[in-house]
Design a protein around this ligand. Sequence first.
Ligand code: 8DG
Ligand code: MN
Ligand code: MN
Length: 421
Amino acid sequence: QINEAEVVAFSVPSYACQRRIALDHHNTVLADALSLLAENAELSDEDGRGVAFRRAAAVLKALPRQVTSMAQLKGLPCLGGHSLRVIKDVLDNGASDEVESTKRSERYKALKVLTGIFGVGAKTAARWISEGIHTLQQLQASGHTLNRAQQAGLEHYDDLNQPVTKAEADAIGEIVEKAVVSVLPGAQVTLTGGFRRGKLAGHDVDFLITHPEEGREEGLMPKVVSWLVKQGFLLYQKTTRNSYLESKDGPAQPPSNIDRFERCFSIFKLEKQATKQAEMPEDSCSFGAHRQVEGDDTCLQTDPQSCSLSPIQTGGLCRRASSEEGQLEETEPAGHKPWRAVRVDLVVSPVSQFAFALLGWTGSKLFERELRRWAGYEKAMSLSSHALYDNNQGRYLRAASEEEIFAHLGLEYIPPSERNA
Ligand code: 8DG
Ligand code: MN
Ligand code: MN
């Protein structure tokens, strides 16, 4: 019997970018429950609700011990009434009804299946669902015209919904490195995204490319891409300018009439022997769950029956289901091909912006969002993956390292492995 008056409440700073959140933490069950509701909100195009649940989950991830009573949560930031109800449900009953019924709902399952297609977002999926399309088969039968990304996404559906391992990320890294130094000697490649934060699996692999001499990186992306195409490494690619959030509240792009192709969404063709016997992380379902979830990306399926794809969609194969029966078989539906498709993001940055790009592309997404919120609300600064602008001083603040950016922001430095908010 706990005497509530004696319970010591936890204390956590308000912004996720003020906290150290490692991949492992003490409240996975609670954080997973809230993350699922966040994911469902995002899939339903309710980003505000999504962020609220992400923030609540990130508070639980930062706690020094497992939560055992509601009294411990008193005074914690970011825990709204809805999140507290979910937490109470899990503490009282071992699970939350809302989470469990969401997982089982046809709408959630269909949203997962359809947004599991690369190039399909929440809005498109919702439109299809309103037309009665819930499965890949129904989509194909519907005769909808798919864009190039979606066609590639459908074609490589199973591969792209299987988590990328660190070994595969490293194998891709070697290819990217070779491409980059072939077209521009001296250029440098850095692994970013979840793998830089220490994750062992991810939904894609993210790289940042620069050259130590300012300006030498100009025009690099198209050259890298065409080298990769010639060598047969790309199944799909779309090269664009980086316009992420800059339009909203970030500093204006430097005026330029030459189009700067800074980023490339791609699908790599990775030969399987190029990877040192990559293993599936034990506790994960290979389908669906990983695409939309960020942060620690714990698989949302807690039991094989709840894998969101029907046997028809997966070709009858949920890895988790087979591993629970004791053996993890080679269950690739298209298992005979000697390669697999892997999503890869490439970004090119001038060296003067490198620290900002590195910070901006390392994530997690919530950590990034919180950094920008902190900058704006607490410091009257605008942070982007290009620059930091001080509104009070009316000037850009330079930085050659992530440490300097944290210092400008008046924040304690948080290393990548502790940005897993
Ligand atoms: P995962 O792939 O392992 O699932 O997780 P992740 O590596 O953390 O997620 P991600 O979706 O690959 O995103 C990596 C980081 O890149 C994340 O912090 C957000 C950031 N990011 C985008 N899109 C864009 C963009 O268009 N511009 C910039 N500057 N950053 C972006 O995802
Ligand atoms: Mn990533
Ligand atoms: Mn990415």
